[in-house]
Ligand binder design. Structure first.
Ligand SMILES: [Zn+2]
Length: 432
């Protein structure tokens, strides 16, 4: 894998530099050697163990469901660094799909981690190849090392966190006298419901009480500590009518006419005050937001639609999913214009539901933010007690704003700073 990858980078560099078939004599002054700009960028990466490891895992496609190969690569890397590694099967191998597994690792002789570093190895589709760009690419061969942009699917979400966590752990363990017991957990399936983290959470590896007193989650947070993220609730709204010729609509019953007022009401639930039946806001997270993500209805313009369905995602700023479900049910009842309107709300296809997740931020020197995206945080059920509460931090390099887009990228500087940030979090947790 590594040889192939290296070759393709060199080949790409040569193509960009348009190496002439026969050497030309310089036209005057100093001519930069062919490919020196690309070569310089590649050299920065290959001279750093962190940046090379990050490149290697970004180059291996691992869209959710296809995490096997990147998992094997990380397992081999950790074993070479003397970690004891457990591959926890999440989906067994089948005729059509390779095995999917979580990676759980700890240094030899330290099977009971006090501090658990965790992130995910799956990415959203489509795969985007690894590439490098100098920020001040103004035609000459200069670039600023810190500002080199590393692009590719997963470069930010979350392979930047995976690489930085591993190297922060290696750095910490390099001073064995002061190193706490560290564990690494890299899961599959975070992008599509968290089956990897749920598997770990339900397994004997997640002991009760936990061996760990601190969990550090890695996701793109722009190097800030996240004080919490919104909760989540998903549901479908369904309407049933009766089909008829559109010239004789009174012979049928339109599912769209029935669902429209309901959708209109539900769409506004984040803006309606809670005391008037809306979903609650909070000072910390702002408003609850509602997204009518898909609406499907009918079969043709000249047919009265017999069915309509909407798929809704709510980001909860306060309260519990159960309270939110009741508010949604009541809103649907309130919006119905006729008693016989056959409209219902169905929560059963959306098992992922959780309240806002409050996280710890009691380490100095970090900017503190809240975020609106979901993570694996609620999927790890921690069997702690008020007397011995496990602390949870969320931190990582890169921005969520590019994470799922066509230009997912972070800088060399951010990736290297994340290693320092994770080390500071580990050291602070070790003192607690
Ligand atoms: Zn992520």
């Amino acid at each position: 894998m590594m040889k192939t990858a290296l070759f393709s980078i060199l080949a790409a560099g040569a193509a960009v530099a348009a190496v002439p078939a026969t050497p030309q004599s310089p036209l005057g002054g100093v001519s930069p050697s062919p490919g020196s700009y690309r070569g310089g960028l590649n050299k920065v990466i290959s001279e750093s163990a962190l940046l090379s490891f990050h490149r290697d895992i970004v180059e291996i496609a691992s869209v959710t469901g296809d995490e096997h190969d990147v998992g094997e690569f990380i397992v081999r890397f950790l074993q070479e660094k003397n970690f004891t590694v457990t591959k926890q099967t999440v989906t067994p191998e089948t005729a059509s799909q390779k095995e999917r597994f979580n990676i759980y690792a700890y240094p030899e002789d330290q099977p009971h981690p006090e501090i658990l570093l965790t992130s995910h190895i799956d990415t959203v589709p489509p795969f985007i190849p690894y590439s490098l760009e100098g920020a001040d690419d103004d035609g000459d061969d200069s670039f600023n090392r810190e500002s080199i942009a590393i692009s590719g699917r997963g470069s930010v979400d979350a392979k930047g966190s995976v690489a930085a966590q591993i190297f922060a752990a290696l750095d910490t363990l390099a001073e064995p006298s002061s190193a706490p017991a560290l564990g690494l957990l890299f899961v599959v399936g975070e992008e599509t419901g968290g089956d990897g983290m749920k598997r770990f959470s339900d397994s004997p590896l997640n002991t009760s009480p936990p061996s760990y007193h601190t969990v550090i989650f890695g996701e793109p947070t722009e190097l800030a500590l996240v004080s919490g993220h919104k909760g989540m609730l998903g549901f479908d709204i369904l309407a049933h009518g009766r089909a008829a010729h559109s010239g004789y609509p009174w012979l049928g019953r339109s599912a769209v006419s029935a669902i429209l007022p309901v959708l209109s009401r539900v769409d506004q639930l984040g803006d309606i005050p809670a005391e008037e039946g809306g979903l609650p806001a909070s000072p910390k997270y702002g408003k609850t937001t509602v997204n009518l993500g898909t609406v499907n209805a009918g079969v043709a313009a000249n047919v009265v639609p017999a069915t309509a369905q909407a798929n809704v995602a709510v980001r909860l700023a306060a309260g519990t999913p159960e309270e939110a479900r009741e508010i949604v049910r009541q809103a649907v009842r309130d919006a119905l214009t006729h008693d016989d309107d056959n409209v219902s709300v169905d929560f059963s296809h959306h098992s992922e539901a959780y309240p806002p997740q409050d996280l710890d931020t009691d380490v100095d020197g970090f900017q503190v933010i809240t975020v609106n995206y979901g993570t694996d945080v609620p999927n790890l059920v921690i069997h702690d007690s008020p007397a011995a509460r496990v602390k949870r931090y969320l931190y990582g390099p890169g921005s969520i704003h590019v994470a799922h887009g066509d230009h997912e990228a972070l800088t060399v500087g951010a990736l290297e700073e994340a290693v320092r940030g994770y080390k500071r979090l580990i050291q602070a947790a070790n003192k607690n």
